[in-house]
Write a new protein. Sequence first.
Length: 133
Amino acid sequence: MTYGPPTLFDRLGGAPALAALAGALLARLQGEPELAHLFSPAAVGGPAGPLHGVLAVALGRPAAMAGMTGMDGMTATQPAVDDRHLTHRQFCLFAAHLLDVLTDAGTAEDDVATVMTWVHTARPAVVAGERPA
């Protein structure tokens, strides 16, 4: 039974690829002097913390999983970093690292654009002073 075209989540390799992307991104963020304190092991609460949930949503986690709690304790529709209150600069650094991780993983340009568009739409929820009313 076919449910439509594969999602980006599927095209990239599903959960194993997602775990690899989240791990690579987390390593980069922990090595970034301006972001390391936000993504330390204590701050993220696990190997990939809420980044796993954020990436799962951005990559099109299967609809059957929507609203379910994942291994990171986040639901598929819940913003994972809404309490971080990033500055504009921190958000841009985060986005740049995500872009690099996706590019390094060989993600197709269209798929990278899809993820980065999703990240941009999440900006008001995570940047201090830009919360929606």
